[in-house]
Design a protein around this ligand. Structure first.
Ligand code: ZN
Length: 403
């Protein structure tokens, strides 16, 4: 499987210049190819990234000699990226590709194709990475994964350069000894995550403070004159803060998804109806901030890597309103009620823990029924392997313990 590790770089001035030039070349090639694509399409031809790459290669020496400085990789990979963007568009997974602007997602990619060896290839030794045509650049930390390096994308974020290294790793890696047991996770706006074991996890505290700082700086920016040096300064501050907030969020989600996939080999999760919840104003902010989709994505790929199963249950399952003791659904339950008493059996529930227990139960039963009868009413992505266990009697007793 492919794993990606993003590492901050420590380039010197010469290397910074090379990065900026390469990112500029990549952007130019992407935009050039997109314009040609549109021209050819209107003329009734069928454009493709392969033909466009050939076309650019043939003319760049005469027409754009400055492109040669950045090497072959940056323009080639940029046009390949355009091909991917069009593929996504054709499959209705993304919008029509747009022209790239300077200063927005500046990046370029170096690819280790099968024929690349020696000087042309991306290599890593300890805390250094070798970028073709440039040489060795210092990294802030060593590469986390072992395996063959497939490609490296160098990108700029808030005035700092990063490299994302894609590595071909073995299917199951660093399988921890303690990943046993099953858990249901309720993702909420009140607590970031509540487990069926009763444990609750909060969003990191500095986060809120940074959000109010963000508002303040946004105000500063809007007061400064457009095009002024002072506005530029404030915009730069804003970018840095955005990056810091994104880092914090990502750190928090990574820590949690790592912990959960380390500790449990079966994880039940609810497919949140994010669109429906977004219309509810109070929840909207918290949900957009905490990135539920990202969290789910992390659980799924880390689970796959560590050999644990992630099952996502249907969003219409009444996880909050069902009593986990007597299974009766309490339709009168309001959103503000954090604890409630079941009118049927009288058990008092913590809203989130009760939901987490229900999620685990539903996920476990849908996974078991998937072994026997095929998928009956549960949602999963194709990234997750199913069924999660062979149907053996002792597997069932394992869940009986947890439930
Ligand atoms: Zn009850």
């Amino acid at each position: 499987m492919l794993s990606v590790h993003q590492i901050a770089l420590d380039p010197n001035n010469k290397q910074r210049t090379f990065f900026a030039k390469s990112a500029g070349t990549a952007r130019f090639s992407y935009n050039w190819a997109l314009a040609r694509w549109k021209e050819q399409y209107t003329a009734g031809n069928k454009p493709s990234e392969v033909s466009l790459r050939r076309e650019l290669n043939a003319i760049k020496k005469e027409e754009y000699p400055w492109m040669l400085e950045a090497g072959k990789c940056a323009p080639q990979q940029a046009i390949k990226n355009l091909g991917t963007a069009f593929n996504r568009f054709f499959k209705k997974q993304g919008g029509y590709p747009k022209f790239k602007k300077k200063g927005e997602h500046d990046s370029f990619r170096c690819d280790n194709g099968p024929a690349k060896k020696g000087a042309d290839a991306v290599q890593i030794k300890g805390r250094k990475i070798k970028i073709p045509r440039l040489g060795w650049v210092r990294m802030r930390e060593p590469l986390r994964f072992q395996g063959q390096i497939k490609s490296a994308t160098v990108s700029l974020r808030a005035n700092r350069w990063y490299v994302s290294v894609t590595v071909e790793t073995s299917e199951i890696m660093n399988l921890p000894s303690k990943n046993q047991g099953a858990v249901g996770i309720d993702l909420g706006s009140h607590h970031l995550a509540t487990l069926s074991t009763g444990k609750k996890f909060e969003a990191p505290k500095p986060y809120k403070a940074l959000l109010s700082k963000l508002k303040r700086i946004q105000r500063h920016v809007s007061r400064k004159k457009k095009g002024s040096a002072n506005r530029k300064k404030e915009v730069f501050k804003l970018q840095k803060l955005h990056a810091r907030i994104a880092d914090l969020r990502s750190e928090c989600l990574h820590q949690l998804s790592c912990k959960f996939t380390n500790d449990f080999h079966f994880i039940g999760l609810e497919d949140l109806n994010v669109k429906g919840m977004m219309s509810n104003h109070c929840l909207a902010r918290a949900i957009a901030d905490l990135g539920f989709y990202e969290f789910r994505r992390q659980l799924e790929y880390k689970g796959k890597r560590k050999g644990s199963e992630v099952v996502v249950i249907n969003r219409w399952f009444p996880s909050s309103k069902k009593c986990s003791a007597c299974k009766k659904v309490n339709n009168d339950l309001q959103l503000f009620e954090r604890t409630w008493e079941c009118p049927n059996c009288g058990v008092t529930h913590d809203r989130d823990i009760n939901a987490a227990i229900n999620i685990l139960e539903e996920a476990a039963s849908s996974a078991v029924s998937a072994c026997g009868e095929g998928s009956a009413g549960f949602v999963h992505t194709d990234k997750v392997k199913l069924p999660f266990v062979k149907q053996e009697p002792n597997n069932k007793s394992h869940y009986a313990q947890v439930l």
